[in-house]
Design a protein around this ligand. Structure first.
Ligand SMILES: Nc1ncnc2c1ncn2[C@@H]1O[C@H](COP(=O)(O)OP(=O)(O)OP(=O)(O)O)[C@@H](O)[C@H]1O
Length: 435
């Protein structure tokens, strides 16, 4: 990693910390993602989802993984650099995006997704923070949770951000499909118009409730596995009527509202695929009838600066080494000690370089894994003991509004009944992992 000079931290996620960096030789600006867990064997690095999926995908709307470096048992991904993520853009925005700007962004996201889904992957954690923007170009990033379509359900090791989580995932379906990405696209599209999230649930229960308030009650036959859960949360969803989406997203044209409605269908089978969505009349520019621009800052809560906690469904975790739960190692063991280097690391400097010719689309770039001595080579190690905060539990759920025939009343449901088993920092870690 001597070849890169880290300039500033760009983001601190579940699996890694991302820095802006410059290549000292070529002066190219890149983004370096330093993974939070240790990697003692490069086989486990090659098998990482982020590596496996990204090496198979080359598309102008999918972030390019340029290089993978392993050094001192630490793993670094070198990505092409992007200036903003969509969350930052929306937060800093003082006026609504025009429908044309939104159409341009969405077209690219859907093209990237079409490519990804065609190549047999789905993302599983699409959200504004994972959509990176430079000028007018938007790219899908963070493939840490990407899944192969051919992989067999049940899909259980799921971490995602609640506000963009599809109902089938909230309802614990174990056979979800790329349609979960399409739900997230619908939620992001609505947010691009309103500059605030459309389903900002404060807990999993509240998330479902917020969805119900907009879409109305689901057809429960679509979610046969959810039967027990609905009994648990004890909400009479059948009484909730759908809201008028056009009133909720007042700046959107009828075509845009219709696309959002289709993307955010309760039934995953009713959502268009990425390819189908690109054929929607929303993209037939000549047809769309602009509606008068409504100031989204009027009568709207301020664009929320707090984001939902990332939730780890611990009952869901398995022991696959490439899953994000390994990010938890820092939460329970914040100090990076020499012990963690493992006994196999020699004291003297040593570098093994392995060329990985199978990385498609990067013929001129060597992908190498290097093993240096425990010397840190000036690379900062922002080991942050407060990382454990990302996993802090939601202890108390706010009372949830329950609809009555004459409107909505507040009734305190059993707090956290659905969320109870979430967010504990203990179980899946094996102390032996460090040795
Ligand atoms: N190539 C890039 N260029 C610029 N910024 C980036 C790049 N990749 C990531 N970032 C920034 O770093 C943040 C975290 O990156 P990323 O989502 O890959 O990490 P993570 O640990 O997988 O996060 P998460 O907790 O969302 O799963 C992003 O939201 C983005 O702001």
């Amino acid at each position: 990693m001597d070849r890169y000079k880290l300039l500033k931290e760009l983001g601190d996620g579940t699996c890694g910390t991302v820095y802006k960096a410059v290549n000292r030789e070529s002066y190219e600006i890149v983004a370096v993602k330093k993974m939070k867990r240790k990697y003692y064997f490069w086989e486990e690095c090659v098998n990482l989802r982020e590596v496996k999926s990204l090496r198979r995908m080359s598309h102008p709307n999918i972030i390019k993984l340029k290089e993978v470096v392993r050094e001192n048992n630490e793993l670094f991904f070198i990505f092409e650099y992007m200036e903003y993520n969509l969350y930052q853009l929306m937060k800093e925005r003082h006026r609504p995006f025009s429908e044309q700007e939104i159409r341009n962004l969405l077209t690219q996201v859907l093209q990237g997704l079409t490519h990804m889904h065609r190549n047999g992957y789905f993302h599983r954690d699409l959200k504004p923070e994972n959509l990176l923007v430079t000028n007018d170009v938007i790219k899908i990033a963070d493939f840490g949770l990407a899944r192969e379509l051919s992989s067999m359900p049940p899909y259980t090791d799921y971490v995602s951000t609640r506000w963009y989580r599809a109902p089938e995932v909230l309802l614990k379906s174990s056979t979800y499909t790329p349609a979960i990405d399409m739900w997230a696209v619908g939620a992001v599209l609505a947010e691009l118009f309103n500059l605030c999230p459309i389903f900002p649930g404060e807990s999993e229960t509240d998330q479902l409730y917020k969805i119900c308030c907009i879409l109305g009650a689901p057809d429960w036959t679509v979610f046969p596995e959810a039967k027990n859960i609905t009994q648990l949360i004890n909400i009479s969803y059948s009484e909730i009527l759908p809201a008028n989406l056009s009133e909720i997203i007042p700046n959107a044209s009828w075509e845009a509202v219709d696309l959002i409605r289709q993307l955010c269908s309760w039934d995953p089978l009713k959502r268009p695929t990425a390819e189908q969505a690109l054929q929607h009349p929303f993209f037939h520019v000549a047809l769309s009838v602009p509606r008068p621009i409504h100031d989204p800052f009027q009568n709207k809560p301020e664009y929320t600066k707090s984001k939902p906690n990332l939730e780890l469904n611990l009952w869901d975790f398995d022991s696959k080494p490439d899953d994000c739960f390994l990010g938890l190692t820092l939460a329970v063991n914040p100090g990076v000690s020499d012990l963690e280097m493992g006994p196999s690391v020699p004291g003297s400097a040593r570098q093994d370089i392995y060329f990985c010719s199978s990385f498609q689309d990067h013929p001129q770039q060597s992908v190498f894994w290097s093993l240096f001595s425990p010397c840190r080579n000036g690379v900062p190690h922002p080991v942050d003991p407060s990382l454990s905060l990302s996993f802090s539990s939601i202890t108390q759920q706010p009372p949830i509004a329950v609809p009555h025939s004459g409107g909505f009343g507040l009734a305190a449901l059993q707090p956290g009944i659905l969320d109870g088993p979430l967010l504990t920092v203990s179980s899946p870690l094996q102390p032996s992992h460090y040795l």
